[in-house]
Design a protein around this ligand. Structure first.
Ligand code: GAL
Ligand code: MG
Length: 973
């Protein structure tokens, strides 16, 4: 039996116990001037929390989860299901428990001071001992815990700090978010000292009007507050006024309490520069606590922003403007550390988001690292700050379980207490996927009383009735709601609150189809205001293939461009031998695990364009400013005239001086040549100067408009021969596999989880059997009729091959029976000889695009090496497509090769992989590139949609049965 009282309490199975000995949360930042305790700590992993601590120590890095370090306990990925069968609040008997220990030399100059330990975050139960004495307990895995060590450690002496972290607990049941399970200390540990008289909290109210109010709470560990203390404040160097009404600190008979001092500082900022996500103006606020003799006892520094957030009718307003929420859900994630993220990591995340047009972050599904909020203030993001509550597997039972009441209120209130002074935080969220119960209402009541300045949201409450007015959510914030339902709600006349989806457009694999359609509707429908894409990260962990272990910090630099170095791979669920897991569902972000943007990001960037081409009228090109607050002077631009004949002309662009929402016509900068066929006008928009988030010259958007449609050019038939083999297949010196009909693609995650791919396999689309029906040859022209049989139907296919000047024209027709009512594609596939390594095309690009995700890819003359066309989605799948291709060449360095001209803009892909190569590989490193190219030309290609979690693509992007016709001409260069 253990004699340790903290262990004897078995706090890991007591949900009522949220903490013991823990100091109240507050908004005073103690990070600077503290003694950092990060680094290597002595470490041992116990198999159960009450096992005796042995004599054998290894070491572990703090901050860091042990599951990514050299221990037997590895990461496990589960979405909804708990990793063990015990009902809440139970936990399994086998319960990895990490014991971290180190010595700390307490500075001698801290004599007489109040000393506190801060543990940035530990999951899921933290027990603290110093020199063998129990100090405290904390739960709430994504917020800091502080403990007063004043009477426990002696300045000038060495103390032994032990942090015991129990992995599974009652708290795990409310931390059942869709992410890897880990154990350990994930944020920095530090020791700090203050005067016994100290600032216990500072609450800033900084509205748009510039009337600043700063409320300070003061305590003294010595007992009663001393006489005569006072607080001063400075805003950008200007002294603040004391609120005489509120100056209770020094007035004996009005003193509210002997032990709690309160003071209020006021000022009105002259000509206030207000904060918004486009122009995040910040002020430095310094609060000083003085002793009676004027000396400074404590200081708290803040960067504050003046702004209002309110809901008026069904609009969420920031500074009175109905802003669009172009959001993303972000986890604290890193492929080498799991959950520990540095300042540089977070900054890099936010720079990517800014550069791709995002203006909002939901901190899914727990308070993120404190640095996230500092940087969101500084770089400009609207933040939905979410409490660490998700009880997904046992949601219904826990929402009303009084044993968890403390935990709900504790987690929500601690988040608010920590983050209340950040201008970026505009909405509080009660958590995620935890049903709706009395525990939520209790937490909501606390927030509404404590911080009436911000709206509150909770998906689980609002989903019961989007139009309700009496639940715990001020916003209808559904997830993955069909677009038509959102529009219908906004038009119903029943809408009572803003509709901003907390999750939409699930970014798993090759995804985010119909994003542009969503935004067209959002921008056109009053009552719809945006949403948060699910999600930022693909949570792939860098794994050594040889022994299956996480690479850990040693893996730095062992990846590039979304791809892990040879010998490594991005692990997803199941790759660490977990018996229960949810596979690649963890890889559903708009960036790869190394933060390389997926092609969908370019789509988003264009949809969010601050400057747009509205239309082309006789007075010129109409430009519009689509921002809410900024003018256009931070942007520079160049016009491009793209002509089908291969020319791209450029001209400098003068941008008009437009306020948000304004439009103006500017003259067409070019004489459009009469010849040259199809013509497009592109505006390449970049940053005019360095922005805090991007250097000068960074591309911001590439709006485009068509000036002239294509000219019809007919191939000239010539006397010549088209060579075919005995099966009616084209024989060509540059082709190793002759053109054949293709109806299948390597299933995307959306295809698999949305149910299309299993159907396609049932139909036999992946293994159609070709049978020649007839071959007819007459001078220079061959007509081959074939049948492609699946299991439920036969597709009749006719190919007419004609010798034309310089090559062969291929006219095709496929007749899909009703049974094949929704196939992946209808088109041609062939393979080329090796050595044709460069693709040049006229069409949309340069990045990957698909029929329902092609807004961000302007028409132009593009050129990309074949090896770079492919997108390395974690689980290999259809990838690398280019939409709207009019013609292309595939060439060798000596300019030999082939060209293909298409009858109409078509979906084309050129990769090193056949669809079946991709469909049978689990990870990118299992793929063996073929020497030649696998080329697809599609008459029709199914959109991507988001059906892995949420709506499928729209019917208009699906491939209908019936007759499809397309043609193309192959020439030798
Ligand atoms: C949501 C959930 C997220 C994630 C997503 C699917 O239901 O809130 O945490 O699981 O689905 O990737
Ligand atoms: Mg969930």
């Amino acid at each position: 039996m253990t004699t340790d009282p903290l262990v004897a309490l078995r706090p890991w199975e007591a949900p009522e116990v949220t903490s013991w000995g823990r100091l109240p949360m507050n908004a005073v930042d103690r990070r600077s001037g503290a003694l950092p305790l990060d680094g290597d700590w002595r470490f041992q992993l116990l198999s159960v929390p009450d096992a005796p601590v042995g004599g054998a120590w290894s070491s572990a890095r703090v901050p860091g989860v042990w599951t990514m370090q050299d221990t037997a306990d590895l990461p496990q990925y589960l979405n909804i299901r708990m990793p063990y069968p015990e009902f809440p609040p139970g936990s399994p008997t086998a319960n990895p428990t990490g014991v971290y220990e180190r010595e700390v030399d307490v500075p001698a100059e801290w004599a007489g001071r109040r000393i506190a330990l801060q543990v940035g975050a530990a999951e899921s139960v933290l027990l603290v001992h110093v020199d063998g004495r129990p100090v405290g307990i904390s739960k709430d895995s994504h917020l800091a815990a502080e403990f007063d060590l004043s009477g426990v450690v002696r300045p000038g002496e060495r103390a032994t700090v032990r942090l015991t972290v129990v992995k599974w607990s009652d708290a795990s049941h409310i931390e059942d978010q869709d992410q890897w399970w880990h154990g350990g200390i994930t944020r920095s540990v530090l020791l700090y000292a203050t005067d016994p008289l100290y600032l216990a909290d500072v609450t800033v109210r900084a509205p748009y009007s510039g009337e600043l109010r700063v409320d300070c709470r003061v305590r003294d560990t010595g007992g009663a507050l001393p006489e005569g203390w006072y607080v001063t404040g400075e805003l950008d160097g200007q002294l603040l006024d004391q609120d005489p009404e509120f100056d209770r600190a020094n007035v004996e008979d009005e003193r509210v309490s002997d032990f709690l001092g309160e003071a209020r500082l006021l000022t009105t900022a002259p000509e206030v520069r207000t904060w918004n996500a486009e122009s995040p103006e910040l002020y430095d606020l310094t609060v000083r606590l003085h002793r009676a003799d004027g000396t400074v006892a404590d200081i708290s520094r803040h960067r504050i922003g003046f702004r209002d957030v309110e809901i008026v009718g069904r609009d969420l307003l920031v500074n009175g403007e109905r802003v669009f929420i172009r959001g993303v859900n972000r986890h604290d994630f890193h492929p080498l550390t799991g959950r520990t993220v540095s300042y540089d990591d977070i900054r890099a995340d936010l720079l990517v988001l800014k550069r791709f047009g995002f203006n909002a972050i939901r901190t899914a599904h727990y308070p993120n690292d404190p640095t996230l909020y500092d940087l969101a203030d500084e770089l400009g993001f609207y933040v939905v700050d979410e409490a660490d509550i998700e009880s997904h597997d046992h949601a219904h039972e826990i929402a009303d379980d009084p044993r968890y009441l403390n935990a709900f209120v504790d987690r929500v209130s601690r988040m608010v207490l920590r983050d209340k002074n950040h201008p970026s935080v505009i909405i509080w969220s009660l958590g995620n996927e935890s049903d709706y119960g009395a525990n939520h209402d209790a937490a909501a009541g606390w927030v509404r009383r404590h911080d009436p300045t911000r709206p509150l949201q909770y998906e689980g409450a609002a989903k019961l009735d989007w139009a309700a007015t009496d639940d715990a959510s001020d916003i209808a914030c559904p997830m993955y709601a069909p677009l038509e339902d959102c529009i219908a709600h906004a038009l119903s006349g029943e809408q009572t609150r803003p509709l901003i989806q907390c999750e939409y457009s699930h970014a798993m694999g090759n995804s985010n189809g119909t994003l542009a359609d969503h935004w067209a509707a959002i921008e056109a429908t009053p009552g719809l205001q945006g949403g948060f894409i699910w999600e930022f990260w693909d949570h792939g962990i860098l794994q050594r293939v040889s022994d299956g272990r996480p690479a850990g910090r040693g893996g730095a630099g062992l990846y590039d461009n979304g791809v892990a170095a040879p010998g490594y791979r991005w692990a997803y669920g199941g790759d660490f031998g977990e018996p229960d897991h949810d596979g690649a569902f963890i890889a559903d972000g708009v960036v790869f695990p190394d933060r390389k943007p997926k092609p969908a990001m370019y789509e988003h960037r264009e949809i969010a364009a601050p400057l747009r081409i509205e239309c082309f009228k006789h007075e010129g090109i109409v430009l519009g400013n689509h921002q809410h607050f900024r003018g256009l002077n931070w942007l520079a631009a160049v016009w491009e005239l793209v002509l089908a004949d291969g020319r791209t002309l450029t001209a400098p662009a003068e941008l008009p001086d437009l306020c948000p929402g304004e439009t103006a016509a500017v003259p067409l900068p070019f004489e459009v040549p009469r010849d040259g066929g199809e013509a497009w006008l592109t505006l390449r928009v970049t940053t005019a100067e360095d922005e805090p988030w991007a250097p000068r010259g960074t591309e911001v958007c590439v709006p485009q408009i068509r000036l002239r449609g294509p000219a019809v050019a007919a191939d000239v038939a010539v006397d010549g021969r088209v060579e075919i083999d005995g099966e009616g297949r084209l024989v060509h010196p540059l082709l190793t596999v002759a053109p054949a009909l293709s109806l299948w693609r390597a299933p995307t995650d959306n295809d698999e989880l949305g149910g299309m791919a299993p159907r396609w396999r049932d139909w036999g689309l992946d293994a159609l059997v070709r049978k020649v029906v007839s071959v007819r040859e007459d001078a220079g022209r061959v007509t081959v009729v074939a049948e492609y049989a699946g299991t439920i139907g036969v597709v009749r296919h006719r190919q007419v091959l004609t010798a034309v000047e310089g090559g062969v024209r291929v006219e095709e027709e496929a007749e899909l029976p009703e049974a094949f009512h929704d196939v992946a594609r209808v088109g041609t596939v062939f393979e080329t000889v090796a050595g044709l390594d460069l693709l040049e095309w006229f069409g949309q690009g340069p990045w990957e695009s698909y029929p329902d995700r092609s807004t961000g890819a302007p028409v132009g003359h593009h050129s990309v090496p074949v090896d770079e066309l492919f997108t390395p989605y974690l689980r290999p799948q259809e990838s690398g497509g280019r939409h709207g291709v009019r013609r292309f060449t595939l060439s060798a360095p000596d300019a030999t090769g082939l060209s293909v001209a298409l009858d109409e803009p078509r979906q084309v892909s050129v990769t090193r992989y056949r669809a079946e190569d991709l469909a049978t590989a689990g990870h990118h490193d299992e793929l063996v590139p073929r020497p030649g190219c696998v080329v697809h030309i599609d008459a029709a290609h199914r959109g991507l949609g988001t059906a892995s979690c949420g709506p499928d693509t729209f019917p208009s992007y699906r491939v209908a049965p019936g007759i499809h016709r397309w043609s193309w001409t192959l020439r030798v260069l």
